[in-house]
Design a protein around this ligand. Structure first.
Ligand code: GLP
Length: 261
């Protein structure tokens, strides 16, 4: 796992934007897996800036989002459809027809899950999957102790995740209890992973993910199985890592072609 520690979330997001911009420039028809949450907000802002000021074009890009709440239509301001449109898609030149978010209102949710997997396969698979990290170690909406080989499916959200997300949602009771999410197996199929974790609330999950055993109690530890996973942390999220100095050493001694900035 490539672990990159930066002094702040802002610096981490600038770095992550460079990683994504390089993929987009090298492969203008790349397939990107995208994530929602507070963590990638500054990253999307930076990508929008690169689009406006440095001509970064998303015209040929296809996207697949990790997850969506069950029951929320795309017009609901807490849906991930809405989040992506407001925070990224409508500010860049991406073709809306090439953006995919699971449909949490589908009459047949199981069929929607199978369709989502098929659409990813038809697009040629995901070149780079962006990920956030839940405080309990979840990625997408894959909660602790779920299968490490799961595919896109309907998941019941843990109480902790509901409480964490209700600060955004406004009310615990109003939050849907179910979500459609890419599975861990779906995520591991991406050719590259880029996970961002910022702030002290992610410290424990960050340690478990990077230095803990591969274990279903920390779904993000599945990244240890991926041949090309990059993790970007700020100092507070990295504060519990036993090998932090080693990661900084590696970062300082990279060959030029291994650097992003
Ligand atoms: C949510 C999302 C995840 C996200 C995580 C962290 O439940 N399903 O994709 O990475 O929680 O959210 P945040 O970035 O707001 O801390």
């Amino acid at each position: 796992m490539e672990v990159l520690i930066r002094e702040s979330a802002e610096a981490g997001c600038r770095l992550a934007a460079k990683v994504i911009a390089r993929v987009v420039r090298e492969k203008p028809d790349a397939v990107l897996g995208l994530a929602t949450g507070r963590t990638p907000l500054l990253l999307y802002r930076e990508l929008i800036r690169l689009h406006r000021e440095e001509g970064l074009s998303f015209r040929g890009i296809t996207t697949f989002n990790l997850d969506e709440y069950v029951g929320l239509p795309a017009t609901h301001d807490q849906s991930y459809h809405w989040f992506m449109r407001e925070n990224f898609f409508r500010h860049v030149d991406i073709d809306p027809a090439h953006t995919h978010v699971p449909d949490g209102t589908a009459a047949d949710l199981q069929a929607e899950c199978r369709r989502y997997e098929e659409r990813i396969a038809t697009a040629g698979g995901i070149d780079l999957q962006l990920l956030g990290l839940g405080r309990n170690g979840h990625i997408g909406f894959n909660e602790p102790t779920g299968s490490l080989r799961s595919r896109t499916w309907i998941k019941i959200l843990s109480e902790q995740t509901l409480r964490d997300n209700s600060t955004v949602f406004g009310s615990f009771d109003a939050l849907p209890r179910h979500a459609i999410t890419m599975g861990i197996g779906t995520i591991l199929d991406a050719r590259r992973l880029l996970l961002l974790a910022f702030g002290p609330a992610k410290l424990r999950a960050t340690v478990d993910m990077i230095e803990g055993p591969l274990a279903a109690r920390c779904p993000a530890s599945a990244l240890q199985l991926h041949p090309r996973a990059t993790v970007v942390l700020d100092e507070p999220a990295a504060a519990g890592l036993q090998y932090a100095d080693h990661y900084r050493w590696i970062d300082r001694h990279k060959l030029d072609w291994q650097r992003y900035e």
